[in-house]
Ligand binder design. Sequence first.
Ligand code: NOJ
Length: 452
Amino acid sequence: MGFSKNFVWGVATSTYQIEGTASDSGKGMNIWDIYTKEPGNVFEGHTGEIACDHYHRFREDIAVMKEMGIKAYRFSIDWSRVLPEGKGRINEAGVKFYNNLIDALIEAGIEPYITLYHWELPYELYKRGGWMNPEMVRWFGDYAMLVAKRFSDRVKYFFTLNEPQCFVGLGFLTGEHAPGIKAPMRDTFEMAHNALKAHGYAVQMLRQYGKQPLVIGYAPTCSMCYPETEKPEDIEAARKMLFSMQDDDRNWTWNVAWWSDPVLLGHYPEEGIKLYEKFLPKITDEDMKLISEPIDIYGQNIYNGKCIRMGTDGQPEIVERYKGFPKTALNWPVTPECLYWGPKFLYERYKKPIYITENGLSCHDKVSLDGKVHDSDRIDFLARYLKELKRAAGEIELRGYFHWSLMDNFEWARGYSERFGLLFVDYQTQERIWKDSAYWYRNVILTNGENL
Ligand code: NOJ
């Protein structure tokens, strides 16, 4: 058994990473527009001002996706492009941009999947406290309502938040991402709680104002856990570790259960409540009801995982990686097993159809003398990972896979120094060049993974 015949083969991007911020577009500022302008925040002072200029080149990009056989495109909306102040006034030019994008996708036979929030907090809302302000719940819901009203006649699939672990953890604990703050622990739990409530309210708004029955999900992340062997005790150890909490405080967001149990199971994990008790805001039954507003699909961004075995003391332990363990250009470990065990454990716990909303890697890609981009590392990585995913597809309800990313783009604090794309982007000319992996992925799609 392999991938179902309706399996969704897609690619993913996000607004700030590809669009460019064109000053004539009526867009308001978000925290990344501000953060990137400050020297020292981003590698070599790179900004998303031009990025891949997708704002002007989306038609060409969609034509390429079509040629590649891409079935679905997961992209995000810049909240401040449609609501420059984050609320109130609508920027019709921004709405038009996304309308044109959606129309062009549909015309090309590519299913649009919208992510509402891929870290683009409108600066005006940030000034009012951003995620610390309980009003964010309503502001995000109102934004979701606008999106539903304007786009859901043609768009059926939505994800609310992308990687809350990162926008709270990297944005407000380590300060490596916009807005670059090292907030007190208590504040970060409050932000997380507000973000989860905002998710719930957005789900309600999408349902209420959706112009057709919508399919709504969520796209968190985390490193997965996989067992060292298939002995039941190692499997149990990996499962237990995956859903456990970090006891390193300043790294607390890096877990699955704190972010997904409330949404899918209606409560925070017991272990976390105990561990973080002193930092927690007031959590009411009403909050939990809102947070657990039913969703239809579960998305998870998966890049790598930790190998786990059952220790002799009956506790799960991390198996140390051997010297010279394979890694990507970004030094992330290559652990294909996470694409079998990750979705499997998540499906068992949350019982929702699963999408891998992101997976991919950064390589040291360059244009060779023959004018081509030979990214054999990416092909090798994807072949290994997708084989594991194929195994999972035979056992659980797995709906789709979105490769990160369609094209090289602005990798946050690392600017343009990392290349995650199937398409190579020459940032001097904006030329897109098919990497070898793009041809390879086209073939995977064409054969529905039979060739894996
Ligand atoms: C996670 C994020 O959602 C995306 O924005 C980022 O570029 C990729 N993973 C790679 O780091």
